[in-house]
Design a protein. Sequence first.
Length: 205
Amino acid sequence: MVAHILFLADEPDKGLWDFFEKDKLDGIDIIISCGDLPSNYLSFLATFFKGPVYYVRGNHDEHYENNPPEGCICIEDRVVEYEGIRIAGLGGSMDYKGGIYQYTEKDMKKRVRRLTRKASRLGGVDIFVSHSPAAGMNDGTDLPHQGFRCFYDFLDHFKPKIFAHGHVHISYSYKQPRLDDYKGTLVVNAFQKYAWEGEMENMKL
């Protein structure tokens, strides 16, 4: 079946915020935030959107502690299923100053292991969502924007159809591609927004 998924990250898209019209969400099945977006932005979208709005937290999302996005579903360290599509989430960035959503490689590896066990019980993962990219794959050279090596363990094990992340803005000088490929997994940099439409094998959408 064909699925329509809207990925978001890092900066609100003006077309969905300042110049919003409800019909811009027509045809979308799922909205997924990859982090570092204002809580009220996601809450605003959830007000008009009939499907689920899932999110992971970015390294700048400390305000979510006291003001989480209303009407949205946090998928941190979880695997959720929507109409047969299994979605796993791990937010946060590399630890560069001790923030609450910053992790060392060792810490993130522990999270990956726990998430792997959960995903295995559900029979796999179709979409892997993170805030940070994987190490060496369209990440940055400075510590705050370096990706995690342990993400490859998850990708190699489950071979999801899509790996979506944010954190490394396409507007940075890294010459980041919007899309990439890792062993058949589509890698999406969700900066601002990216609408994906495609076939989800054996799904029930």
